[in-house]
Design a protein around this ligand. Structure first.
Ligand code: NAI
Length: 387
């Protein structure tokens, strides 16, 4: 079948198997071009939770091809039923495994709900059977909902806390600027968002892995967060998702206290187009303004550049943290000379100048690329097997 993009709001409901595979290969080539890690302490057996798209996929590629690590991935993706394509993450994951195997690396993946007890057990069984013990766990879940072990279902919201908020946003379907009104989350919604995107499940994972005796003597675990500039505070850092991220930070402290053999770290990553960030109001406009400035200054990075730099240059060095102990992968995004221009453009952006001061094309390029479209070297007129 010839697969074409079908974009609906902020999601593409089709994915191109060959394009996704090429995207993964390009990311692998990037990591290889930067060279392997020089440290003898580099992890060799890594579990990546949320391994199929965005930052988690890039993390897995960085540790496999930068450390030479064996990897076990956990993801929540749909296979093709023969008529509809699979999700991009499914094709990404398959391509990753193929490339890892070709390079002589162990790579297996488990497709299911990472929040569930069953999937944790399946992961532990697989580690016992194939890997022995693991020495790194990347926790990169971005999920809209979670069922806790007692069967309660929680749905996260992207709302403010306290006051309602109105600001500019980019309407993705026609690239126009309009106002977004964001309502304030009530207490139940804030709690639910913390349940889904906070750190409780991260701690559960560490407990389960520790109890099962599958952790090495020195283990690093890392989870990701975003802080960003004042413009995005009401919807991100100070919003409902920000409350969940504060819970994630506390969870890192809890893990560090409770498990002497685990070092829990938080990396604050750059704002990038991923399936999750596209769903947040206001953020896509900020991202287009940011991309424009960072590209002009030669500072732009995508997921793979960020994760290559995190795993090769920063995570193994305990001194590379800020006063809160966070690894700042948003260091270039938050530079004064970048943020000053972005803030100025935020004030002036309108429908007449948006194409000049915002990198709309770059946004859409990243968006299509995530689903395997508009990737150089792929023949999109060719029939492809979507299974
Ligand atoms: P993403 O949507 O690209 O990736 C999410 C991953 O989680 C996928 O592999 C998906 O299959 C998996 N997943 C979702 N629900 C699952 C479940 N129930 N069970 C198993 N796997 C599941 O998201 P992205 O953007 O890479 O986010 C990853 C982390 O990075 C999140 O914590 C996010 O807050 C953080 N982050 C993202 C930034 C951005 O701009 N995109 C910036 C800074 C941090």
């Amino acid at each position: 079948m010839v697969v074409e993009p079908r974009v609906k709001d902020f999601i593409c409901t089709t994915a191109h198997p060959v394009g996704c595979a090429q995207n993964v290969k390009n990311q692998i080539e990037y990591v290889k071009s930067k060279g392997a890690v020089k440290s003898d302490n580099a992890p060799k057996k890594v579990l990546v939770i949320g391994a199929s798209t965005g930052y988690g996929l890039a993390s897995r590629i960085a540790v496999a091809f930068g450390y030479g690590a064996d990897t076990l991935g956990v993801m929540f993706e749909k296979e093709s039923n023969g008529r509809r394509t699979a999700t991009a993450g499914f094709y990404n994951n398959r391509a990753f495994e193929e490339e890892a195997h070709k390079a002589g690396l162990y790579a297996k993946s488990i497709n299911g709900d990472a929040f569930s007890v069953e999937i944790k057990e399946q992961v532990i069984e697989t580690i016992k059977a194939d890997m022995g013990k693991i020495d790194m766990i990347v926790y990169s879940l971005a999920a809209p909902r979670r069922t806790t072990p007692d069967g309660t279902k929680y749905t996260s919201v992207l709302k403010t806390v306290g006051e309602e908020y109105t600001n500019k946003t980019l309407v993705l379907k026609d690239n126009t600027i309009t106002d977004a009104h964001i309502t304030a989350a009530n207490d139940d919604e804030i709690n639910a968002t913390i349940k889904v995107m906070g750190g409780e499940d991260w701690i559960d994972w560490m407990q389960a892995l520790s109890d099962a005796g599958v952790l090495a003597d020195n283990v690093i675990t890392v989870a990701y967060s975003y802080i960003g500039p004042k413009i995005t505070f009401p919807i991100y850092a100070e919003g409902s998702i920000g409350q969940a991220k504060k819970d994630l930070y506390k969870s890192a402290d809890i893990i560090n206290e409770k498990f002497p053999n685990i070092k829990a770290k938080i990396a604050i990553n750059k704002a990038l187009v991923t399936q999750s960030s596209a769903a947040i109001p206001i953020v896509p406009l900020y991202i287009t303004l940011l991309y424009k400035v960072m590209k002009e200054k030669g500072l732009h990075e995508g997921c793979i550049e960020q994760m290559q730099r995190l795993f090769m240059d920063k995570i193994l060095d305990d001194t590379q943290v800020d006063d809160n102990g966070f690894i700042r992968m948003d260091d270039w995004e938050m530079r004064d000379d970048v943020q000053e221009v972005v803030a100025e453009h935020w004030d002036t952006v309108n429908n007449d100048n948006v194409k000049d001061i915002a990198d709309i094309d770059g946004y859409w390029e990243d968006f299509y690329n995530m689903f395997g479209f508009k990737i150089d070297g792929v023949d999109y007129s060719a029939d492809v097997d979507i299974m």
